[in-house]
Design a protein. Structure first.
Length: 281
């Protein structure tokens, strides 16, 4: 389960860029439209880069199409989760649950079986991430819908991670990354154009700079993770990737004046300890 130092660096950069574009989405005013910009940027960049990479192998195409479908339902589920639950509750719960789900999925579908020490480390990372949202959990006491949708978002994250982790090993990695990004945003992008066309046009006209920035960061973030999946175990890579939640908390504290109390310090300690344990496994 130990990751190469180069892969660690790649995934940590991915985590930082992931946290950065999520911060832009969080404070964009309209998360749906900003998420559409992120998806649309993948279509734009992918449509340019497809001319410089080969076609994916015939074995990879089913995984690409499956990933496009899962990503589309993921975004719709995430938006609905944010409608009924606080961002600071839904996001950590979903991202924290994902590594454990991926460990199970990777064992079943990719025959990757983490040892006991690695699973302990993954568990620490997951608990640390989920605890980031514990202080908001009381707001939803007695309302199971935000919790259920957050878990469903986590299942989507696990599903597309396992699908992409297997699919990218079915041929040329760069071809998979580029073609996935070129196709992934189409369903979601076309839906918004059909139903909120002028809202989207006005949003882009007003906020095109943060929109382009978030889009580029979002696509770079997942592209780096996909590349890491080629050599790294899915559960280990994902656990390290989800440290983006910690980066997001730091960004919020440093740049946005958000509180970084003892709960977050404890969560940070659990996450860092978990990552170290995974490496020692």
């Amino acid at each position: 389960m130990q990751l190469d130092p180069f892969l660690i660096a790649i995934v940590l950069v991915a985590a930082l860029t992931h946290a950065s574009w999520n911060a832009l989405v969080k404070f964009s005013g309209d998360r749906l439209l900003m998420a559409t910009c992120v998806q649309g940027m993948g279509v734009v960049l992918g449509s340019i880069l497809v001319w410089f990479v080969p076609l994916p192998s015939s074995e990879a195409w089913p995984f690409i199409f499956a990933s496009v479908i899962i990503h589309t339902t993921y975004h719709l589920t995430l938006i609905n989760a944010y409608r009924v639950g606080d961002l600071s509750f839904v996001y950590p719960l979903a991202r924290g649950a994902a590594p454990l789900m991926i460990a199970v999925g990777a064992a079943v579908w990719a025959s990757e079986f983490p040892n006991g020490v690695a699973m302990f480390g993954i568990g620490l990372v997951s608990i640390g991430i989920m605890s980031m949202g514990f202080e908001k959990a009381l707001r939803h006491k007695g309302n199971i819908l935000p919790f259920a949708l957050a878990v469903l978002v986590g299942l989507h994250i696990a599903a597309y991670s396992v699908v992409d982790g297997i699919g990218i090993r079915k041929g040329d990695a760069f071809a998979y990354i580029v073609w996935l990004h070129a196709l992934e945003g189409f369903p979601f992008f076309l839906w918004v154009i059909a139903f909120r066309r002028w809202d989207f046009v006005n949003f882009v006209a007003e906020k095109w700079k943060p929109a382009v920035t978030a889009g580029v960061l979002g696509k770079v973030a997942y592209g780096l993770v996909l590349y890491a999946f080629v050599e790294g175990a899915l559960a280990s890579v994902t656990a390290l990737r989800e440290t983006s939640v910690l980066f997001a908390a730091v960004i919020g504290a440093v740049f946005l004046g958000e509180k970084f109390g003892w709960q977050r310090w404890l969560a940070a300690a659990l996450i860092v300890t978990g990552v170290i344990v995974i490496q020692l496994s």
